[in-house]
Design a protein around this ligand. Structure first.
Ligand code: ADP
Ligand code: GLC
Length: 483
């Protein structure tokens, strides 16, 4: 099968969150499973410096954006057998310090940037002699592609265009812009309608994708159900209910070649489920690195993530205020909203022996925090899949999660199954419910045998990408056989 994946971020080239991990791994494991995979992604700053083997093709993009023709180039890499990556080069759009924003503010020309990128994806899908059978889009940044393809089929005699599949990684980000940006699409005005891209008088890229892709997926089964409800549908639950017959929830996998404790260049100490002494050594090393009292007997809670409302940072701050008097430590790494960054830093200033906070983005530190922590906190308000709880399980770190989306699908609480319990879940979105879950964790920490039972269960859990890639291949086959 020939599949073209398009995404605004792909690990190891660019990353702000789990989208990059997911698409990078999907591409790799589809290729392992025998698919021919092409990946299309923007050429952001520093990619060229990190990949000197990158080649610029003799392919000049000249794409209309409203009344202008905008030029770009195409560069290529072949990182693995059956996997080719095309980078869309446009220095004005993509060579910037951030991918989508700086200092918590979106770039004002994100509509131009990602309409251009989407048109480049369509151009490659149409003119690469290789010819994709399925074009698989990810999130709003590429969600206009199905409509752009449909338009070229109807108005520009594209005879047998590929089928399209859209994965929703996060419904909270829809690519909404004022109506005046519709001209950038160069689509006929008839598409600026309820059935097309129009949403409350403006443009909504994700809505257009949901309405026009031939297959829809999201990144966990529970989230697939949640997004069809008004509570978590972010205004698109109506159209999602209409398209329910096309929607499948597939839990993301974990790329265990990156996220493991035995062969990991990001860790100082290797460890294995039968011998966790390396994990203790990681804990002592991190306590030292973060300037906390070095003591294996103090339970250590960790958190890593984008500091945005989705992640429950408000209830995390409340629960920490309540719990900080207990004998515990908390470490976190995150970047995002300035008010959350400063609230966390303030907590660390007030409790320097208990709380240590790093802001910004770091490649190796997440592995060390996952390995060092006894418990990992994910009190998300909603969570399409979430990867860190699955990384935690493999690192022998007990996740404490709110029962939502993929967190609910991947973590097992003792109330659900005592034999298989691997984490602690709570339901109500409140600081006190999270603090209650943290108290359960402190009790668990005192029961070494029970803690070991949880850790074993977690480390035995297998979220390998082979299974996830097979499920996507089934979706592609369905799309190809559907009328
Ligand atoms: P989301 O995609 O919503 O951000 P996920 O749990 O799916 O959440 O994935 C988050 C990914 O991003 C993980 O690989 C996590 O380690 C990484 N990550 C988040 N924030 C940072 C940061 N500040 N520095 C390094 N990695 C980060
Ligand atoms: C999104 C979601 C996250 C998910 C990731 C990868 O960023 O917020 O829950 O794990 O995409 O699919």
């Amino acid at each position: 099968m020939k599949v073209l994946l398009a995404s605004s971020e792909v690990y190891p080239y660019s990353k702000t969150g789990g989208l990059a991990d997911m698409v990078g791994a999907l591409a790799k494991y589809l290729a392992h499973a025998g698919c021919q995979v092409v990946l299309v992604t923007p050429l952001y700053s520093s990619i060229r410096a990190r990949h000197p083997e990158l080649q610029r093709l003799d392919w000049k993009l000249e794409l209309p954006l409203d009344s202008h023709l905008v030029s770009g180039r195409v560069c290529v890499l072949q990182p693995a057998h059956r996997l080719t990556v095309y980078f869309i080069e446009h220095s004005g759009f993509f060579e910037r310090p951030g991918l989508y924003q700086e200092h918590g503010r979106d770039y004002p020309d994100n509509a131009e940037r990602f309409v251009f990128f989407s048109k480049a994806v369509v151009n490659l899908a149409r003119y690469l002699p290789w010819r994709a059978q399925v074009v698989h889009l990810h999130d709003w940044q590429t969600a206009l592609v199905p409509l752009l393809i449909q338009d070229q089929k109807q108005r520009d005699k594209w005879l047998r265009p590929p089928r399209t599949c859209l994965t929703i990684h996060n419904l909270a980000y829809q690519g909404q812009f004022p109506a005046s940006t519709f001209g950038l699409t160069n689509l006929p005005w008839s598409y600026f309608s309820m059935e097309g891209v129009e949403f409350h008088g403006g443009v909504n890229c994700l809505k257009a994708g949901i309405g026009h892709a031939q297959g829809l997926t999201t990144v966990s089964p529970r989230y697939a159900r949640e997004i069809t409800t008004p509570e978590l549908g972010f205004g698109l639950d109506g159209i999602l209910r209409q398209q329910d017959h096309l929607l499948t929830g597939i839990l993301n996998g974990v790329d265990y070649t990156e996220w493991n404790t035995e062969h990991n260049p990001n860790l100082h100490n290797a460890y294995h489920k039968d011998d966790l002494s390396g994990k203790t050594a990681e804990k002592l090393a991190l306590q030292k690195e973060f300037g906390l009292p070095v003591n294996a007997q103090i339970p250590l809670f960790g958190n890593i993530g984008r500091l945005v409302h989705q992640k429950g940072i408000d209830i995390l701050l409340g629960a920490l205020e309540e719990m900080v008097a207990a004998d515990l430590q908390f470490v976190s790494l995150g970047a995002g909203l300035p008010e959350f960054e400063s609230a966390l830093l303030d907590l660390a200033r007030r409790y320097p022996h208990k709380v240590a906070v790093r802001t910004g983005y770091d490649h190796g530190l997440p592995h060390r925090i996952e390995a060092a922590s006894d418990f990992f906190l994910m009190p998300s308000h909603f969570e399409p899949c979430g990867l860190n709880q699955m990384y935690s399980l493999r690192y022998g770190t007990v996740p404490i999660v709110r029962a939502t989306g993929g967190l609910d699908d991947s973590v097992i609480d003792v109330r659900e199954n005592a034999a298989l319990a691997n984490g602690i879940k709570f339901d109500v979105y409140s600081s006190s419910a999270l603090a209650h879950a943290m108290r359960k964790a402190l009790a668990l920490f005192q029961h070494r045998d029970l803690l070991q039972h949880y850790r074993n269960n977690g480390m035995n859990q297998d979220f390998s990408w082979e299974r996830t890639a097979r499920e996507y291949m089934k979706v592609y086959e369905n799309i190809l056989t559907r009328d």
